[in-house]
Design a protein around this ligand. Structure first.
Ligand SMILES: [Zn+2]
Length: 323
């Protein structure tokens, strides 16, 4: 039971102090991909800790005193709960585990289905309004708003409006396309959709909302960095600013998400122009180790608090004594 309380405490600590510290940290803008991993680890570890705490409560509540006298607790369901309080606790733990798991699965399914629906709607529209440009490897759309975005999926594609072609010169266009290809290559749509689903599953837990917002912002920085390796950071910054300047204020653009430019273009361009120094290799390795620790700690702690192997003989004895 102590281990279960420790896991719940760990989950609360991650969702409050952990999320706050990560949200305030300045290093994520120097290593956005590592920061995305850190937010994912924080989110998954928070949920995992709660679920494992529930499992431990279930195990403790259904352990039997007779089984304990065998030298080790008999694993559930060998030993039945012996008191009404234990039975109530076991039922409460089972309900909590089912509710959390069900909520996560339901919201993941709904969010992914909604994303697929939007993507299919866009593909249907592009089948009528778009035309392939084999030289650029994109789909062109006649539209007055300058926009470039990607549509992920089995055959991910990049969509560029004719206004964007007008606003961008050849080098800027190459930078924008490199940005969109990075989104597709790094599977940002999956990462963002999962984070969005978790924020919908637990809207009263600010850590998940913060994770979704930060992952959205960081995925743009990661795509900018990939484009900067291809085209140079000043060219990418100039392309972002060109797209932002060409957009009429308030005019709707046919870009759902994962778009180059957008409302954060000025901030991102400033980061590229000032030449944010990437995080050093040692600090990246330390960050990866810390992330692995955050993810694995709950499972290690839970595994250490249950018997290593089922004591079937003791289980039989416990059942016989109980009957
Ligand atoms: Zn983007």
């Amino acid at each position: 039971m102590i281990a279960a309380l420790a896991l719940l405490g760990y989950a609360v600590l991650l969702a409050t102090a952990g999320a706050g510290a990560l949200g305030r940290a300045s290093w994520p803008r120097r290593a956005p991909r590592l920061a995305i991993l850190a937010w994912e680890a924080l989110s998954l570890s928070t949920i995992g800790s709660v679920l494992l705490a529930g499992v431990l409560v279930e195990l403790a509540a259904t352990s039997d005193d007779a089984a304990r006298r065998c030298g080790a607790p008999a694993p559930w369901p060998c030993a039945p709960a012996t008191t009404p309080a234990g039975l109530a606790l076991a039922i409460a733990a089972a309900i909590a585990i089912s509710a959390v798991t069900g909520r996560v699965v339901w919201c993941l399914a709904r969010t992914y289905a909604a994303a697929a629906g939007k993507r299919n709607h866009q593909l249907d529209a592009l089948a009528v309004l778009g035309r392939p440009d084999d030289r650029l490897g994109v789909t062109l759309v006649d539209h007055a708003a300058p926009s470039a975005y990607c549509l992920p999926g089995r055959h991910g594609r990049i969509v560029v409006t004719t206004a964007a072609l007008t606003a961008l010169d050849e080098h800027h266009l190459a930078a924008v396309l490199a940005h969109e290809r990075a989104h597709l290559r790094q599977r940002h749509h999956l990462i963002r959709t999962t984070a969005e689903a978790l924020s919908r599953a637990f809207p009263r837990v600010p850590a998940f909302t913060m994770a979704a917002e930060q992952i959205g912002r960081l995925s743009e920085l990661a795509a900018d960095d990939a484009a900067a390796k291809h085209s140079g950071r000043l060219t990418v910054a100039a392309a972002l600013l060109a797209l932002a300047e060409a957009a009429a204020p308030g005019a709707p653009a046919p870009a759902p998400a994962l778009t180059a430019g957008g409302t954060t273009a000025a901030t991102r361009a400033h980061r590229l122009i000032t030449g944010t120094r990437p995080l050093g290799r040692t600090r990246v390795l330390l960050g990866l180790a810390a992330t692995a620790l955050v993810i694995s700690a709950p499972a290690v702690a839970a595994a250490a608090s249950v018997p290593a192997a089922p004591n079937t003989a003791c289980c039989t004895t416990a059942a016989a004594q109980h009957s």
